[in-house]
Design a protein around this ligand. Sequence first.
Ligand code: ATP
Length: 229
Amino acid sequence: MIRLEHVSKVYKTSTRPALDDVSVEMEKGEFVFLIGPSGSGKSTFLRLLLREEVPTRGRVYVSNFDVAKMSRRRVPRLRQSIGCVFQDFRLLPTKTVAENVAFALEVIGKPRNTIVKVVPEVLQLVGLDGKEDRFPTELSGGEQQRVAIARAFVNRPLVLIADEPTGNLDPDTSQDIMLLLERINRTGTTVIMATHDHGIVDSMRRRVVELSYGKVVRDDARGVYGVGR
Ligand SMILES: Nc1ncnc2c1ncn2[C@@H]1O[C@H](COP(=O)(O)OP(=O)(O)OP(=O)(O)O)[C@@H](O)[C@H]1O
């Protein structure tokens, strides 16, 4: 599903590689935590999957996309197969909950009758039925993240990338968001989550890929956040 082969990334303004000869493979349906200290390369890893950056060396494959080599014209198709969730939710403030989710389908040209059918379904899946007409400012942080997850998932992506999705949430709300990401993962969607949250990683016991100075220093099938720390 996802394969990086000897990937290095050196940003133009930097001498030290942000990623340094990374080779890793993730299967369809896996749940993978990407961990490591600030600056270790997690966001760079995720940006390469989305073709927001191209590697300096190496190959990146997502599903049947040769991400680094594909033409610019095909990039929107790649991005349609990857849903994204961020720490700061990134909702459109002037749109309601339902409109935020519908917008993700409108921009890729889905027909109206599909949109009116699937938006309520996904809002129910994330536990937001009854709140479809609220604006983001009228929601708690946890609810806003649910909207963001609904928006990321409504097009049934192959992969869901979550970059610190619980970074702005309290522990109980974080736990609820993790249950939701697990539920999405059970539908067969590969989930890759960058996080600094020890508690979540330790309680879920999923695959843990640890980066340090741009290198993969650990890859455990049912890992915890810190080994020997
Ligand atoms: N656009 C950029 N231009 C130059 N250097 C960059 C750029 N983006 C990231 N870097 C550098 O690349 C390295 C890896 O950064 P990256 O953001 O991937 O780390 P991270 O593990 O996601 O960190 P954090 O946990 O703080 O989000 C860092 O040294 C960072 O300063």
